[in-house]
Structure formats: structure tokens, C-alpha cells
Write a protein that binds this ligand. Structure first.
Ligand code: NAD
Length: 262
């Protein structure tokens, strides 16, 4: 029984989680939510350690560039050596590039497929032996509405996210009898760096202020016209990792203000 009463009641007490791309944005919201739910959390980013630490030592950071094929196995090994295993994998790291397909650069296509799709495949492959050893696992893939529908000028992102939903289903089938689940979350707009670049492009192209450009971004796609938050996505991840979600697998949950309801 842990000393800290908050920990004792945390639904995921003692579980070990790896959240890719958790230096900021949605990934940081997910890492914080899992920590509050009682997990020990391995955070990750491409750059040097940002110094974030909890006083109890329940958070560690592993620098790894997910464009590199070797990064997945290194990250999982870091979880084993720091925290003794891995129960929860959240494939979140992501990049965006917006351009018509006729001029879409090879390098951007390759990076988007590597980071969103190939890294998720390699991380699942590396994580499964540790999950199987414990007879428990939760894999949550942060996809997008663009796993369900397309938008113009996002060919690589749409292809990668549709692929990620396919991977989610395939992994769910292969792990269905093993206490392991694999699900995807499909957010609409969340106000993060990844979206701010797109807002800035609307502002530059139209002469609108950043605030008005945000309104325009929401109006074009998301009937609710309000951003979801990294904290709300974190709460959904905690639910998917809980016992209550033990039979939810292979699915995708949209949090998109009715974007995909049309
Ligand atoms: P963000 O730009 O704020 O954060 C992206 C994170 O990924 C950062 O921590 C960054 O360091 C990391 N990253 C990028 N390239 C990496 C690499 N090569 N190796 C390791 N880490 C790398 O973006 P975000 O909006 O928080 O996006 C997080 C996830 O949510 C992405 O998969 C994105 O596609 C998805 N998503 C975002 C939105 C949105 O509206 N923001 C909507 C739907 C889905």
C-alpha cells in the first residue's frame, strides 16, 4: 500500500506508461493525466531533456528521434531499465506539412509516414513482449479526424492517420486474448504548436488577426467551433487504460466537436 493516499486511490497505480512526443501539446497533457492517475511515465521528444520532473521520481525523459528505426527499441529498453517494464504505450508524436500533392516534398512525406505510422508499428512490436509478460497492456494511438475523413493539402497526414487506424485494428485482433487492448483517439482541432502553424498561414494569407484566423479554422471544419484540450484527451487516455475499458479494443473514439458527423 503506498504512503500517499492520492496514489493509493489512483486508478492506474504502479503502471508504467510511455508517451511519445510528450514535451508539449497533446502528449504533455496525456503524460500529466497518466501521472495523476498513478502511473510512472517515460516522456519523450526529439530534443534534449526539458528538465520537467516530479518530486517523487515518477517521470523520466528519453530523447529519441522517431524518424530513426532504432528509436522504438531504445525507448522500450529505457522503460524497462528505468521502471522495470511497460504497461501502457501512447503513440502520440506527430508532425504536419500542408501542401498540394503536386508539390508535396518527398522528405515531408517520408517524415510524416515515419513518425506517425512506422514508429507506431515498431513501438508496438517492441512493447508487446513486455505487456505479454505481465498479461496486461494498453496501447492508445493518437490518430485524428484525418484517420476517418480527408482534407485537401494533407495527403501524407491523411494517409498516415488512416494507416494508423488500420494498425490499431490489426494489433487489437492479434492481442485480443491476452489482456491487451489497442484503441485510437481521433481528435478534431486542439490548440497546439502543430495547429498554430496552420492558423498563422490562414492569417498571413487572408490578413486576418490570429484570433480571427482561429475562428475561421474552426468554422471551416468543426461545427462546435471550440478547441478540445490536451487535458481532455489525457482524461480519455486514462479511461481507455482503465479496467472499465478492458473490452474496448480495435476501436476509435472521436473527440471532434461533430467534425465527422456531417
Ligand atoms: P505538437 O507539435 O504540439 O507536439 C508534437 C510532439 O511530437 C512534440 O513533443 C515533438 O517533439 C514530437 N515529435 C515530433 N517529431 C518527432 C520525432 N521525429 N521524434 C520524436 N518526437 C517527435 O503537436 P500536437 O498537436 O500535440 O500533436 C500530437 C499528436 O496529436 C500528433 O500525432 C497529431 O497528429 C495529433 N493530432 C493533433 C491535433 C491538433 O489539432 N493539434 C488534432 C488531431 C490529432
Amino acid at each position: 500500500m503506498p504512503d500517499d493516499i492520492a496514489e493509493a486511490w489512483a486508478p492506474l497505480h504502479g503502471r508504467v506508461a510511455l508517451v511519445t512526443g510528450s514535451t508539449r501539446g497533446i502528449g504533455r497533457g496525456i503524460a500529466d493525466a497518466l501521472l495523476q492517475a498513478g502511473c510512472r511515465v517515460m516522456t519523450n521528444g526529439r530534443g534534449p531533456d526539458d528538465g520537467t520532473r516530479d518530486s517523487a521520481g515518477h517521470v523520466a525523459y528519453a530523447q529519441a528521434d522517431l524518424r530513426e528505426p532504432a528509436a522504438a527499441a531504445e525507448l522500450v529498453a529505457a522503460c524497462r531499465s528505468r521502471f522495470g517494464g511497460l504497461d501502457i504505450l501512447v503513440n502520440n508524436a506527430g508532425v504536419q506539412h500542408v501542401a498540394p500533392i503536386a508539390v508535396f516534398p518527398d522528405a515531408c512525406w517520408d517524415e510524416i509516414i515515419q513518425v506517425h505510422l512506422s514508429a507506431a508499428f515498431r513501438l508496438v512490436r517492441a512493447a508487446l513482449p513486455l505487456m505479454r509478460a505481465r498479461g496486461f497492456g494498453r496501447i492508445v494511438n493518437i490518430a485524428s479526424v484525418h484517420g476517418l475523413v480527408a482534407s485537401e493539402n494533407k495527403s501524407a497526414y491523411v494517409a498516415a492517420k488512416h494507416g494508423l487506424l488500420g494498425l490499431t485494428k490489426a494489433v487489437a485482433l492479434e492481442t485480443a486474448a491476452e489482456g491487451i487492448t489497442c484503441n485510437a483517439i481521433c481528435p478534431g482541432w486542439v490548440r497546439t504548436d502543430l495547429v498554430q502553424g496552420q492558423v498563422a498561414r490562414i492569417a498571413a494569407g487572408s490578413g486576418l488577426s490570429m484570433a480571427a484566423a482561429e475562428e475561421e479554422l474552426l468554422r471551416a471544419k468543426q461545427p462546435m467551433r471550440r478547441f478540445s484540450t490536451p487535458e481532455a484527451i489525457g482524461a480519455l487516455v486514462v479511461f481507455l487504460c482503465s479496467e472499465a475499458a478492458a473490452t474496448m479494443t480495435g476501436g476509435s473514439v472521436a473527440m471532434d466537436g461533430a467534425w465527422t458527423s456531417v
